[in-house]
Design a protein around this ligand. Structure first.
Ligand code: BES
Ligand code: ZN
Ligand code: ZN
Length: 488
């Protein structure tokens, strides 16, 4: 889809999208596009202006035969998250209608800021995404949505840069979604590594991949242990961009291309969703795609421990004790708590080879965080209080919800093992998201660190008007905003 910015509608779109505030004079706005007053009053009657509500109307104006009204609710409660959803709803709705071109009016009231335009472009690109690669019998649709025109009242000179940024970040997010949407038989650790190499070449950053022998040589014992049950070899993907003299921000993404639970096997019901267990790794790749195209002045390192967690005669077993990269011995109580194991090795690898200014990890780590916060909030943990306002701020700009959770020191006791330095699970049914994070913290030590548990937000199985089923690319946009605020 091509996205352009204009200050007025220059060619008739197949569909005109009109966002409306509750407190706005609807007649005044519609008069510009609808010639018959009777039609306007009918539309006004039928359209229920609630946030997210849409109304499709046909007119007798040959220039604007089809309108899509989008409810924004009261202007007092309007925020960027609501706008993002409205744009995604409108664009997804247009794609369903099978129109080839749309014009989207930016809401009136105030001059759009660059961030507003960037987010609009992001949401339009995000909303135009669908994952249909394996569907040979396509639904009947007139055509693809080819062009979207954003119509606003600031000069193109002001708008176009913001628009271009939004497009880059939107496309990078969609790439992360595609990577995660591929099934486990395609998106193997090797596939992640190949994809990483390709985008590194394309966007000019460095990529190194450790194979199984090198993983062994590096003593990444936990990563190796997690992959033992699978015929797919593990990979350790290392990305780097920017000025190598400055201490880097290190991004770590969980790359479990399928998580059956291993010997501590998961129930069959919904196990297929565990193809998304590499969504954290996909987020890191998406961030690299965007950061390198935006040329952000930051030294960035990306680490993706990638493996498949299966059960077999070779698999790691409950009770096994594994020596981690850091040298700490880990008692495996539950082979399904594998994410923290591979991340722990990546964290100590980061500390050994880089002097991180900050560590950030993205992981579909615990079912417990889904129970605590559901599908709309990522649980995040940090030992660096000063970063919290930057993270919250980034989240408000991108509409990616999150909520802080505590690293309660007294719960560390739950991870005490009688035979090893630490065990990989806490007490059953007690603060599972926190003990997962505390396990990681043992390897992080005092380095500034943020942990995003995206188990509830990285994909959805409930389709919504603004979000299709599948991977969401959670964290790509938020990380860009966060890095920008860190650079300032
Ligand atoms: N990948 C799962 C976490 C998960 C569960 C993500 C549901 C998305 C939806 C992770 O590897 C896992 O299985 N964690 C265990 C940990 C437990 C054994 C301590 C869990 O949450 O049950
Ligand atoms: Zn697991
Ligand atoms: Zn997992």
């Amino acid at each position: 889809m091509k996205l352009v910015y204009q200050t007025s509608i220059q060619s008739a779109p197949e569909l005109l999208i009109i966002p409306l505030f509750l407190d706005q004079q609807i007649e005044q706005e519609l008069k510009k596009y609808i010639l018959a007053p009777k039609l306007i009053s009918l539309i006004k009657q039928d359209f229920e202006n609630k946030p997210g509500a849409t109304h499709l109307a046909y007119t007798n104006n040959p220039l604007f035969p089809r309108l899509l009204l989008v409810g924004l609710g009261s202007i007092k409660q309007f925020d960027l998250a609501a706008w993002r959803q409205a744009v995604q709803t409108a664009i997804m709705g247009s794609a369903r209608l099978g129109v080839g071109s749309v014009a989207l009016l930016l809401p009136k009231k105030s001059k759009p800021t660059p961030q507003f335009i960037e987010l609009t472009a992001f949401a339009a690109v995000f909303g135009s995404y669908s994952f249909k690669q394996y569907k040979h019998e396509q639904e009947e649709k007139a055509q693809e949505l080819k062009t979207a025109m954003l119509i606003g009242n600031v000069s193109p000179a002001q708008a176009n840069q913001a628009l271009a940024r939004g497009v880059i970040i939107g496309n990078a997010t969609n790439q992360a979604r595609s990577l995660a949407n591929h099934p486990g038989n395609v998106a193997t650790p090797q596939h992640l590594a190949t994809h990483a190499r390709q985008i590194a070449k394309l966007y000019n950053f460095t990529c190194r991949v450790l194979n199984e022998a090198q993983i062994e040589k590096e003593k990444l014992g936990l990563l190796k242990a997690v992959s033992l049950g699978s015929n797919e070899e593990p990979r350790f993907i290392i990305l780097e961009y920017g000025n190598k003299k400055a201490p880097p921000v290190v991004l770590i993404g969980k790359g479990l291309t399928f998580d059956s639970g291993g010997i501590s096997i998961k129930p069959a019901d919904r196990m297929e969703e565990m193809k998304y267990d590499m969504a954290g790794g996909a987020t890191v790749l998406g961030v690299f795609e965007a950061v390198t195209q935006l040329k952000l002045p930051v030294h960035l390192v990306g680490l993706i421990p990638a493996a498949e967690n299966l059960a077999s005669g070779q698999a790691v077993k409950p009770g096994d004790i594994i020596i981690s990269h850091a040298g700490l011995s880990v008692e495996v109580i539950n082979t399904d708590a594998e994410g923290r194991m591979v991340l722990a090795d990546a964290i100590s690898f980061a500390k050994k080879y880089y002097t991180p200014r900050l560590l950030i990890d993205y992981a579909t780590l615990t079912g417990a965080v889904v129970i605590a916060l559901g599908n709309e909030l990522t649980g995040y943990f940090s030992n660096a209080k000063s970063l919290e306002p930057l993270i919250t701020n980034a989240s408000e700009k991108t509409g990616e919800g999150l909520w802080p959770l505590p690293l309660l020191p007294s719960y560390e006791q739950q991870l005490k093992s009688s035979v090893a330095d630490i065990k990989n699970t806490g007490d059953r049914g007690e603060a599972g998201a926190i003990t997962g994070a505390l396990f990681l913290k043992k390897f992080v030590g005092d380095e500034p660190w943020v942990h995003f548990d995206i188990a509830g937000t990285a994909w959805t199985i409930k389709p919504r008007p603004y979000l299709p089923v599948g991977a969401t690319g959670w964290g790509v946009y938020l990380t860009i905003k966060f890095l920008q605020s860190l650079i300032k």
